[in-house]
Design a protein around this ligand. Structure first.
Ligand SMILES: *[C@@H]1O[C@H](CO)[C@@H](O)[C@H](O)[C@H]1NC(C)=O
Ligand SMILES: *[C@@H]1O[C@H](CO)[C@@H](O)[C@H](O)[C@H]1NC(C)=O
Ligand SMILES: *[C@@H]1O[C@H](CO)[C@@H](O)[C@H](O)[C@H]1NC(C)=O
Ligand SMILES: *[C@@H]1O[C@H](CO)[C@@H](O)[C@H](O)[C@H]1NC(C)=O
Length: 353
């Protein structure tokens, strides 16, 4: 739409100034009027014929819209988590969420995708979710968006066999989802190495580990070292990572899109064992977050290759009533995180619904 206005102004300038320039070349007033009229008619006919020549029209509109979208793309990524949760006061178990009403958030036009939109977006894609119990909850949320409730009952049973991998192929939408149990970042690095060796990457790769490391190793700098290794490995796949190629329109829906499931907000007093309450302290959580920040793994923090799905801030916004064990949150929080991811995918692949 900016393109249209600019073209109009340009045309007006041509009609006005070209004949005036010619007048400078000692053309008579009549000749000048003639040129002016001829130019006006040519431009007017041109403008009205443009829509009938789709290639020109497409070229013009894609030019203007790519300018629009490239400039707004990164800023919309930073508003993705402006979500608030609405607790129905008369019913504790009923929570809903919505994006903020502020002008920049409204301008991004985030959407809650229904089953058919989500199926369209993910049609034909291979999604890998790898990590700990939080990643498992993300996989569950994503599946419940595209499957009906009968199928979900079966999936829940299989996906919650503890500490195992899981694969499902959804024939109707040609989508394949793999869940890979990867409690440590080292396991994620192993997965990346394997994908790289096979030269076969999923369209969407969602990763996240940290809680196991915090509980069983309890050493934030060691966590940081493992994040660095993972980052270096992901960056070594450079051609496919948009932020590493200058972020200019080189992304397609077929390229792998990387996401990181951040650690949840831990509510110490609610953690269900004494060992967890001691080791998973607020101070330890901030130390782990600091390592994540410093690793430059994330797009939001240092221009890294992965987009953060900030479960910590979503959990905080949902509140204490949204968790029973101070660590794993209600489905609604992961559902919101899945919608953050799907909207990021829409932005990254320049698609609109
Ligand atoms: C609270 O909401 C849930 C889900 O929306 C519903 O199943 C339940 O019946 C409601 N309970 C009351 C007391 O309204
Ligand atoms: C998925 O895409 C295929 C073609 O690639 C199409 O035939 C099918 O209808 C699509 N399914 C959905 C649910 O969009
Ligand atoms: C994950 O990595 C740890 C530490 O390197 C290793 O002991 C464990 O076997 C791995 N687990 C899986 C499921 O690969
Ligand atoms: C924590 O991890 C770092 C890096 O792996 C290691 O150098 C350090 O000795 C560890 N600290 C403790 C207390 O184990």
């Amino acid at each position: 739409m900016v393109g249209g206005v600019q073209l109009g102004v340009l045309a007006a300038c041509v009609v006005l100034f070209v004949p005036m320039g010619m007048a400078g070349w000692h053309l008579s007033r009549n000749k000048m009027l003639f040129f002016s009229g001829a130019l006006f008619i040519t431009l007017a006919v041109g403008v009205h014929l443009t829509p009938y020549f789709p290639s020109i029209y497409d070229a013009l509109s894609s030019l203007s819209s790519s300018v629009d979208r490239t400039s707004s793309r990164d800023s919309c990524i930073s508003f993705l988590h402006d979500i608030s949760f609405l607790h129905k006061s008369d019913n504790y178990s009923s929570v809903d969420y919505a994006w903020a009403n502020s002008p920049p958030v409204l301008a991004c036009d985030f959407q809650r995708l229904g089953r058919s939109d989500a199926s369209d977006l993910l049609n034909g894609s291979w999604v890998v979710v790898a990590g700990d119990s939080q990643a498992r909850l993300m996989a569950l949320s994503l599946l419940s968006l595209v499957l009906d409730s009968d199928d979900m009952e079966v999936v829940k049973g299989d996906l919650f066999k503890r500490h195992s991998d899981y694969q499902i192929v959804m024939g109707q939408i040609g989508m394949k989802l793999d869940f890979i149990w990867a409690p440590y970042v080292a396991n994620l690095t192993g997965l990346m190495t394997e994908l790289k060796r096979n030269g076969n990457y999923p369209d969407v790769l969602v990763m996240g580990s940290g809680l196991w490391h915090m509980l069983h190793i309890t050493n934030s700098s060691d966590y940081g070292v493992s994040l660095q290794l993972l980052r270096n490995l992901v960056v070594s796949l450079a051609p496919i990572s948009p932020s590493l190629t200058g972020g200019s329109g080189s992304v397609s829906i077929r390229s792998p899109h990387f996401f990181w499931v951040g650690m949840p907000r831990l509510i110490n007093s609610m953690l269900n064992t004494e060992e967890k309450r001691v080791k998973m302290s607020d101070a330890m959580l901030s130390a782990y977050d600091r390592e994540l920040y410093q690793s430059k793994l994330l797009r939001q923090w240092g221009g890294g290759p992965l987009i953060l799905l900030d479960v910590e801030s979503l959990g905080r916004n949902c509140g204490t009533s949204c968790t029973v064990d101070g660590m794993h949150y209600d489905g609604i929080v992961y559902e919101a995180a899945v919608h953050v991811m799907l909207n990021a995918l829409l932005i990254e692949s320049h698609q609109k619904l």
